[in-house]
Design a protein around this ligand. Structure first.
Ligand SMILES: O=C(NO)N[C@@H](Cc1ccccc1)C(=O)O
Ligand SMILES: [Zn+2]
Length: 154
């Protein structure tokens, strides 16, 4: 397990660096992030939260004790992400953050987004996401820009 940075640590307010080397060490980091997220009953985790200032996160929505109505999806490693388009509609919904333990708050997010990112092997993927998975993507994407829930609490 990796240690999770807590709100206030400056790494959470930094712009993360692009990933340029897709090697075994990157695979190990992805595996360690997933294990750390699962141990914390999370549905997503971003590299800066495990003290690695890299443009990389994992989305792994699953119904668990913290989000009982989360949809089931296979864990997805997202590297060097871009948000290409967003829906007009925004939806308020409850979010938590592993770096803000015990806090939950309502955040407005775009209902659907078109995204482009590289997977663990460096292949580019482009797709539309909507609903809870789009919410997780936007939450993790914020982390890569040094934005946390505290800055989103309206
Ligand atoms: O802190 C993180 N990721 O950065 N993990 C959050 C992810 C998340 C995002 C959006 C809505 C709900 C939950 C978690 O509670 O598992
Ligand atoms: Zn978070």
């Amino acid at each position: 397990m990796l240690s999770i940075a807590i709100y206030g640590e400056k790494i959470l307010n930094q712009q993360a660096e692009p990933v340029t080397v897709f090697d075994n060490q990157l695979h190990t980091l992805a595996d360690d992030m997933l294990a750390t997220m699962q141990q914390a009953h999370g549905v997503g985790i971003a590299a800066p939260q495990v003290h690695r200032s890299l443009q990389m996160f994992i989305m792994a929505s699953n119904p668990n004790s913290r989000y009982s109505d989360a949809p089931m999806m296979a864990p997805q490693v997202v590297i060097n992400p871009q948000i290409l388009q967003t829906s007009v509609e925004q939806i308020r919904g409850e979010e938590g953050c592993l770096s803000l333990p015990q806090e939950r708050c309502q955040v407005a997010r775009f209902e659907s987004i078109e995204v482009r990112y590289q997977d663990i092997s460096g292949e580019w993927c482009q797709e539309w996401l909507s609903g809870f998975v789009a919410r997780i993507f936007q939450h993790e994407f914020d982390h890569l820009q040094g934005i946390t829930l505290r800055e989103r609490m309206s």
